[in-house]
Each structure stands twice: as C-alpha cells, then as structure tokens.
Design a protein around this ligand. Structure first.
Ligand SMILES: Nc1nc2c(c(=O)[nH]1)N[C@H]1C(S)=C(S)[C@@H](COP(=O)(O)O)O[C@H]1N2
Ligand SMILES: [Mo]
Length: 299
C-alpha cells in the first residue's frame, strides 16, 4: 500500500516554495490562471487531502464543547459579521480594524498543509488565506516587538463551553515574531475555496503547519505585538504537557502518550498509522528558526 506521507521531499517539491514563485507571478500580473492547482500541490507532496465534510466534522473548539463533534453541532450561532480585529501593543498603526479593511490589498492564496494534533490525529487541509506577515507588515511591527499574541472571541450567548467554563476563556495563543513572520504562517479565511466553517474558526484563524493544532487559534479578535512571551491557553492549564513552542516532534512524547505516529482523520477504523515527521514535515523551511535551542526543553 502506498504511503501517504513522503519523507524525502526536496526543497523544490514542497508547496510553499512553488507558491512563493507563483505569488511573485501574481504580483507581476501574470494572473490567477497560472496558480498552482490544489490537485497539483497535493500530487507534488503525495498527500490525500481530507474532504470539507471531514475537516468540518472533527474539531477542537472548546468554546462549543469538548467532544470532537460538538463544534459542528453547536457553532451555528457564532456571530461572524461584522467582525473587528483589535491590533494593539508595539505596532505602528494600532486600531480596531474591520476584517475586510485589514485584509484588503493582500494576496490571497490556497495552500495544502499537513495538520497534526497533539492527540495523534492528523489531516491534510487546503486552506485559503493570507500570510500573517503581510498583515503584520501592513500594521507595522514596532521596533521592540518580539512576540505576537492572539485572542479568540467570547460570545457566551452562543458558546455553551464558555457558559460552563470548561477552560478559562478567552482562548489565547502566541508566536515568536520570527515564527509569525515566516511565510508558511497563515491567517486562514477558508477551506476548499469555501468560507471558513464556524467550527473551524470563522471568519479568520491562525494556521502554523509545523506546530501542534492547538497553536492554531480560532475566530481571532485581537492581535497584540509585545516584547514578552505571551501566555497561551494550554500552557497555562498544564505547562508540563503543553509548552510555548509546541513544534511537532516525534521524539518528545506527551507525558501521557507517544507522539511518534499519527492517523489521518477520515481513514476509518483501520487507517494506517504513519510515522510523525519532525516539524510535521516542514523542517527544511523552519528548522533554522530553532538553531541552538534544545527542543526537548523548549517543547
Ligand atoms: N479558540 C479556540 N481555538 C482553538 C481551539 C479551541 O478550543 N478554541 N482548539 C485548538 C486545537 S486543540 C486544535 S487541534 C485546533 C483544531 O482545529 P480544527 O478544528 O480546524 O481542526 O484548533 C485549535 N484552536
Ligand atoms: Mo489539539
């Protein structure tokens, strides 16, 4: 049986590089017709993308409940329009931005990324979105900024998990500035060319493909540039199990389970376990960010 994951991707095989080139062409006016199709991206990486149905029916979004099916069942009432994002902290142009204004003029892209959750499930997801770096450059990163903090909306009326306080809300996450500025890091507004389903974090959520899923904060209403490492929800709840960095690392086990393998959602009961790849397969592009760091200590 053919393996879904390929360990021997070369730099030229991987999607983002091709897309950077493609993006330059778009900027140069070659036009969307030249865009690398999702099918070709998937083929180049030997990946089988999950269906929209699979991607939107097995979720973690604790504001809507702790079971994987709860977000799909309960997120229908999330109010996503109008949507305002507060941009504050060490930033040149702080303010409350209407979502459309914040994104206007930025290049929208389609990218197929591997997704890896700490509980050993994985997915392959065609995201639509913009590079976070483009948004940060638009608002102007202040000279002292070293981290980016994110916050999710809190809508108690429509969020049963918030009312029952399953964990403290708002959900918060953070990245080091160089991680945030990396071209793989997206603010995603859709999947499979459709608007982001509520349960996946409508209208806009973070996607950091070399980190565990919980770094991908959903339904973002605040972005703060700061000189201090910001608190993150899972690290706050259990710092022994969830670190700030949360890079996918098959060699560092979660205290209660192995992280060495994974199963792609939608594969059924007998889905084959795949070996988990360091940095979720994105090592060529991101390993240099962590040169000299002990990735066991900085988990
Ligand atoms: N606001 C918020 N964002 C969140 C979560 C959450 O509970 N609340 N769960 C995280 C976890 S644990 C995972 S695995 C991913 C799941 O993203 P998906 O449902 O789109 O697959 O969302 C992350 N973002
Ligand atoms: Mo997760």
């Amino acid at each position: 049986m053919a393996h879904r994951w390929k360990n021997d991707l070369t730099r030229d095989d991987v999607t983002p590089r091709a897309l950077w080139l493609n993006r330059r062409q778009l900027i140069a006016g070659v036009g969307a017709g030249a865009a690398l199709s999702l099918t070709r991206q998937a083929r180049a990486q030997d990946l089988t993308p999950n269906s929209l149905e699979q991607i939107s029916s097995y979720n973690n979004y604790y504001e809507f409940g702790v079971d994987k099916g709860d977000p799909a069942r309960n997120a229908g009432g999330l109010v996503t329009s109008p949507w305002t994002i507060r941009v504050d902290g060490m930033v040149d142009r702080p303010g409350d931005y209407a979502l459309a204004d914040l994104l206007s003029g930025l290049a929208t892209e389609e990218r197929i990324y591997r997704f890896r959750c700490v509980e050993a499930w994985s997915a392959v997801i065609p995201w639509n979105g913009v590079e976070l770096a483009d948004v940060l450059n638009k608002v102007g990163v202040g000279s002292g900024a070293r981290y980016v903090a994110f916050e999710t909306t809190v809508q108690p009326d429509v969020m049963p998990g918030v009312r029952s306080r399953v964990i403290p809300f708002p959900y918060v996450e953070g990245l080091r500035l160089d991680e945030a500025m990396h071209p793989l890091t997206l603010l995603a507004t859709g999947v499979w060319g459709q608007p982001m389903p509520n349960q996946n974090g409508a209208p806009i959520r973070l996607v950091v493909p070399w980190k565990y899923g919980f770094k991908s904060i959903k339904s973002i209403v605040r972005i703060t540039l700061t000189d201090r490492q910001p608190p993150t929800t899972w690290n706050r709840l259990n710092s022994r199990e969830y670190g700030f960095y949360s890079n996918v690392n098959p060699e560092v086990d979660h205290p209660r389970w192995s992280q060495a393998s994974e199963r792609q959602i939608g594969g059924g009961l007998f889905a084959r376990r795949q070996p988990t790849l360091m940095f979720n397969g994105y090592g060529d592009q991101v390993a240099h960010l962590y040169d000299g760091m002990d990735l066991r200590e900085n988990y």
